[in-house]
Design a protein around this ligand. Structure first.
Ligand code: SF4
Ligand code: SF4
Length: 126
């Protein structure tokens, strides 16, 4: 059985709590749904793999108003010394909020389909 990266993430979180849970576990072995087994589990889910569109940022256009940084639900925007440095896509779900709150006249963020980056990913994964 081949597990998706999302299922692998989920399995790892549960295995951290109960090592007896294996990929072959039956439904009776699984923990009750909707229960957060421990604190800080959100960091263990690389929610970026849900994304179908991604924000593309223009450093040249950006005026460092930090609206994207403030409104991003996944804290994906990186800021140092009062300046936006870019976006970390690990947890970015592609909701597009950042592109919506970026001032209209500035338009420093555009959302692009993930398919546009398929070749880049293939090169990275080697
Ligand atoms: S698309 Fe959504 S999750 Fe991704 S960086 Fe923008 S606001 Fe954050
Ligand atoms: S919302 Fe737009 S202009 Fe403001 S910091 Fe983010 S990218 Fe830059």
């Amino acid at each position: 059985m081949t597990l998706s990266s999302q299922t692998k993430n989920l399995l790892k979180v549960h295995q951290d709590v109960d090592p007896n849970i294996t990929p072959n576990a039956g439904w009776r072995d699984l923990p009750i749904g909707g229960v957060i087994p421990q604190g800080g589990t959100a960091t263990q889910f690389a929610t970026g793999d849900w994304r179908t569109i991604r924000p593309v940022w223009s450093k040249e256009k950006c005026i460092n108003c930090h609206r994207c940084w403030l409104y991003c639900p996944d804290m994906s925007w990186i800021s140092e010394d009062g300046k936006i440095q870019g976006v970390d896509l690990t947890y970015c779900k592609g909701c597009g909020i950042c592109a919506n709150v970026c001032p209209t006249k500035v338009h420093a963020i555009e959302m692009h389909p993930e398919d546009d980056f398929k070749d880049d990913e293939a090169v990275k994964e080697g």
